[in-house]
Structures are given as structure tokens and as C-alpha cells.
Design a protein around this ligand. Structure first.
Ligand code: NAP
Length: 321
């Protein structure tokens, strides 16, 4: 029997750091700076991870600002925060061994060091049914957001009429399929182009889709869901949420996942809901969530979604650069 070759320890680590904050504007390439640093020796309890995949997500814009968000703002010069999939190549932590595949807060760097504490949100990937890259997609926090946001936060029941905004994004593209797999009634998606709307209906489990850039949301809600929706999985906020409030069935649940339409202007012009009285009139619930607070439920979400993949109920698209 031959011993497994020891992984070679890297001499240097390439890291993308934060150079400028995108205050009131979109993110630019010059907001980041590429640097190279030595990889330090591991202290007790630490593990060294080689990055395999990194993800890009809307919340990262929030990390780059200097305000109160879900997490502590990043200092200028700090390694850009972000999740990824990696392989453990050295470990002084009893819970991790070389060869383990993890997804967690690796940061935008080739190698990362973690002490395995809750901050890093390390999750050992259990499933082997789909490629490891899905650990930052459909079988990672993005997918867990779709599943837990619909099932737990939205208290989905078979037969429910489901409305999803941002339906063609990373999160929304799984919500329709999960709802379909679990026996939803009508599933309506909202997206920003005809191509995306076509994809929603052809491949992603939606019965119909509305292009919010060219079509009137209110009249299409009335036509497509005459009794209103039971669950609204909202990624967008702003006028989309406000219009949806007029189209709720009684006891509707709104799972408030994101407010992407408000991210850039939020500080100066926070959106004020006009139709909130309908939350009362329809005995509805509006429940926000932050996926990192649902960590204990990740294994359940992963197992459920892996089973949907095995049954051919759940597919995904990836854009790997
Ligand atoms: N609560 C949580 O813990 C949690 C976890 C993960 C993500 N999220 C949130 O969920 C949302 C979706 O995340 P994701 O990872 O799916 O993002 P994503 O893959 O980047 O998709 C975002 C999509 O939102 C749409 N969009 C952008 N600006 C918009 C606007 N002004 N109005 C309407 N739609 C707009 C765009 O699609 P179109 O071309 O269709 O406009 C965009 O592709 C974000 O708000 C994110 O912050 C929350």
C-alpha cells in the first residue's frame, strides 16, 4: 500500500482586498486590490484550506460599506469577505482532517486559515450527488436560503399559490423548483427579461412569469393569481413588495429574503410601504430572516435538496469563471 502524498504547503497566498467603498454607486473593479502574502504557520485549532470555488452575492456589497449591516463592516485593506468551497490541506483542529471538503467563509483568497469557530460558518459538505461547485450554489447557502426561506419561514403547504421575485437569481431559481417538488399550486415568478421569464417556465418549475421591466405587476398578479398568493418569497422589496401586498390571499405569508431594489439608495431614500394595511386586512405575516441564523437546519435542507436532485426535480445553472 502506498502512503497518500502530503499536500505541498503554499509559499504565498493571493488575496483580493478591499480598496474603496462603493458608497451610493455600483461596485467597480478598482474597489479591490490584488495582493500577495505569505501563508502563516497554523496555531492550535487552526486549519488551512485551499480554495476551490468562490461565490459572488449581493450581500457582499453590504460588507464593503461602513454601516451597520448583517455583519461587521470590512476595514479598507482587509481580505474581501465571501463564501467558498475548499479542501482542507493541513489541520490542527480535531474536527477537520486533510481532504475534508468544506464550504464556509473563506474570503477572496487562494488559501484561508480558520479556527473552525462559528464566525467561519464552516460546513462539511455531506452530499456527493452533485459537483462540489454546488456547495456555493444550489447545495450551499444560496440553495439553503431557497429551501428554508420557503418551507420554514414561508410555512409552505402543498397546494399553496407561490409568488417569487428575483425568480431567476441564485436563490429564486431554486424556489420555484422546490415549491413544485413539494406540491405547490400555482407558482409565479418575476424577473427582468423575456429570456429569464422563458427560462423560469421552461426549466425552473414556474407556471408563469412576469417581466417587471415591461409588464404591469398588479394587473398580471390579478390575472395569474385571482385568489392572491399564499406565500410570497421576496428577494426584491420596494414597489414589488408594495404591489404584492394588494394581492394576498387570507393568512398569506411573506418570506422576506432580500430587498435588492433598495440596496444602492437605501441610506438616502429608504422605501416606505404604502399598502402595509393589507397585512392586517388579510391576517398576513411578513417574516424576515437571515440564513446564517438557521445554520442548525443546513443538514436538513441539504438532504432534502439532494433528494430532489436525485428525483430529477431540481436542476441548476452555473456561471464558472
Ligand atoms: N435573507 C438571507 O439570509 C439571504 C440569503 C441569500 C440571499 N439573500 C438576498 O436574496 C436576494 C437574491 O440573492 P441571489 O443570491 O439570488 O442574487 P443574484 O443571483 O445576484 O440575483 C439577483 C437578481 O435580482 C434582480 N435585481 C437586481 N436589481 C433589481 C431591482 N432593482 N429590481 C428587481 N430585481 C432586481 C436581478 O435579476 P433581474 O434581471 O431579474 O432583474 C438579479 O440578477 C438578494 O436580495 C440577497 O441579498 C438573502
Amino acid at each position: 500500500m502506498m502512503a497518500r502524498p502530503r499536500p505541498v504547503r503554499p509559499d504565498e497566498n493571493q488575496q483580493w482586498t478591499l480598496a474603496e467603498r462603493p458608497v451610493g454607486r455600483e461596485v467597480r473593479k478598482s474597489d479591490f486590490k490584488l495582493v500577495s502574502n505569505a501563508v502563516p504557520d497554523l496555531a492550535a485549532n487552526e486549519l488551512l484550506i485551499r480554495t476551490l470555488y468562490l461565490s459572488v452575492a449581493p450581500v457582499m456589497r453590504d460588507y464593503m460599506l461602513d454601516g451597520a449591516g448583517f455583519e461587521k463592516p470590512l476595514a479598507i485593506g482587509a481580505v474581501m469577505r465571501g463564501r467558498g468551497v475548499g479542501i482542507v490541506i493541513e489541520s490542527r483542529n480535531a474536527n477537520y482532517a486533510p481532504g475534508d471538503i468544506v464550504q464556509g467563509k473563506l474570503g477572496w483568497q487562494a488559501y484561508s486559515i480558520s479556527d473552525g469557530s462559528p464566525y467561519y460558518m464552516m460546513y462539511k459538505i455531506q452530499q456527493r450527488i452533485a459537483p462540489l461547485s454546488t456547495g456555493i450554489g444550489v447545495l450551499g447557502v444560496t440553495g439553503f436560503t431557497s429551501y428554508l426561506g420557503l418551507v420554514d419561514v414561508g410555512r409552505f403547504k402543498p397546494g399553496d399559490a407561490v409568488l417569487v421575485s428575483g425568480a431567476a437569481g441564485g436563490v429564486g431559481s431554486s424556489v420555484g423548483q422546490v415549491a413544485r417538488s413539494l406540491g405547490a399550486g400555482r407558482i409565479i415568478g418575476i424577473a427582468g427579461s423575456d429570456e429569464k421569464c422563458q427560462l423560469l417556465v421552461d426549466k425552473l418549475g414556474y407556471d408563469a412569469a412576469i417581466n417587471y421591466r415591461t409588464q404591469d405587476l398588479g394587473s398580471h398578479f390579478s390575472e395569474l393569481m385571482p385568489n392572491g398568493f399564499d406565500v410570497f418569497f421576496d428577494n426584491v422589496g420596494g414597489t414589488t413588495l408594495d404591489t404584492a401586498l394588494l394581492h394576498m390571499n387570507k393568512h398569506a405569508r411573506i418570506s422576506l429574503c432580500g430587498r435588492i431594489s433598495e440596496y444602492i439608495n437605501n441610506a438616502e431614500q429608504p422605501y416606505a410601504l404604502r399598502n402595509y394595511q393589507y397585512i392586517h386586512k388579510r391576517y398576513a405575516t411578513l417574516q424576515a430572516f437571515f440564513i446564517y441564523l438557521l445554520e442548525a437546519d443546513f443538514p436538513r435542507a441539504e438532504a432534502a435538496m439532494a433528494a430532489m436532485i436525485a428525483k430529477g426535480h431540481l436542476t441548476w445553472t452555473e456561471d464558472v469563471l
